[in-house]
Design a protein around this ligand. Sequence first.
Ligand code: MN
Length: 198
Amino acid sequence: MVLHTLPPLPYDIQALEPYISAQTLAFHHGKHHQTYVTNLNQLIEGTPFSEQSLEDIILNTAGCSETIGIFNNAAQVWNHTFFWTCMKPQGGGKPTGPILEKINQDFGSYEEFSKHFKQAAVTQFGSGWAWLVLEDNHLKITKTGNADLPMAHQQKALLTCDVWEHAYYLDYQNRRADYVETFLNYLVNWDFANLNLR
Ligand code: MN
């Protein structure tokens, strides 16, 4: 059995303050992310999925109603691990490097990208994720509901923002737009997006 474990945060729990509090990260990483890991391990025990990698579990359960519980927990494990590295202290603002060139090419400017990303994040109804993805070698902004994610749609994830209420409610209450604006201006780890673009 391949036992899934909670990866540590890639920075100190206070590192994203004042934009995301240690309290939010303690719940979001220590409770929510941990629960997805625990549930996944319980759900796959004694099934063929217990011998598969996380990515294989996700791809092999996507779109199948009988394995929706396994898909949801596996995808949420992957989404959160990816999301933590999408942020860094002193992050955010306009990117540099290949991702900026590609953004200029495919969206016209960083400002246009930023406008459309915010719109996707704010208009995702209920729980979900806003994404910058690569599809057929073009950048695209998408939003997904609940645990759904780009790899289930033949897209490569470059960047994501968690817009489940648990991601922002303690710090921003119902003001999702303020949280997304702060994510873009002060938290985005563009180095990670540049790595993912390679
Ligand atoms: Mn979350």
